[in-house]
Design a protein around this ligand. Structure first.
Ligand code: ZN
Length: 238
């Protein structure tokens, strides 16, 4: 079997304008993820907002099994044409992993059909990401919980449709909780939302976070069905 083809999409703006973020992610969040996922045996490429067509040409998407998405300050700059293109690929089987502030991306909101807003606070709080579906492939090899010493808080209510499968719930020391690992199926595609990963914390350098994302990629990978036949079928099938 050939390697899964993974495209890591990153907005890549904070690193260019904020020294604090650049010091945490000198090669960009996409660079950190590409490095962290490299041992997993994927064929990895990266794509960023400021490239032509945001780096997501039809050819790139047609050759992507799973796309990961991190955006924050420039969701509105993602063109609707590219959002249409990504949505079409997801509905036809491409996996999508939406990370952290990608909850407000056009593509995630489109696929969810809800506002996708939440509570947030930047106060260096401890987070425990509890596994609540231990037999799920995304939880393979994980301990009972993942602890982050300092994180941005995301709290309920998170305005998403009820997940098809909820795999993680986060607890924060300030008292809030959050559905931090949410799985969906849309058309033939699978979507995994995973909460951690604010730009000022080195969370995307953590091997256990790479493990969760790699598990998510393997779970969201397309199955090898033939293209679905839809529309009018003029003859009986016998
Ligand atoms: Zn954030």
């Amino acid at each position: 079997m050939s390697n899964l083809r993974v495209t890591i999409w990153h907005e890549y703006r904070h690193e260019k304008h904020d020294e604090r973020v650049a010091s945490v992610y000198p090669e960009g969040i996409h660079g950190a993820l590409a490095k962290g996922l490299a041992p997993c045996g994927f064929d990895i490429r990266t794509a960023t907002l400021d490239e032509p067509e945001h780096g997501l040409t039809q050819e790139v998407l047609d050759n992507t099994d799973v796309l990961t998405w991190w955006g924050h300050m420039a969701h509105h700059e993602v063109s609707d044409e590219i959002v249409d293109r990504v949505q079409d690929r997801v509905l036809n089987g491409m996996g999508l992993i939406v990370l952290h502030s990608g909850h407000l991306s056009k593509i995630f909101r489109r696929l969810m059909g809800t506002g996708c807003m939440l509570k947030w606070r930047e106060a260096d709080e401890k987070e425990r990401i509890w596994v609540v579906d231990p037999s799920h492939p995304i939880c393979d090899g994980l301990p009972e919980y993942i602890e982050l010493e300092a994180a941005e808080m995301y709290g309920e209510h998170f305005d998403i449709p009820p997940p098809d499968t909820l795999v993680f719930i986060s607890w924060f020391e300030g008292g809030e909780v959050f559905r931090s690992g949410c799985c969906y199926q849309r058309g033939q595609g699978k979507i995994f939302y995973f909460r951690p990963g604010h730009e000022t914390y080195p969370i995307f350098h953590m091997p256990i976070i790479h493990q969760v994302i790699a598990n998510g990629i393997n779970w969201a990978a397309p199955v090898s069905n033939p293209p679905m036949v839809r529309g009018n079928i003029p003859e009986f099938m016998s």
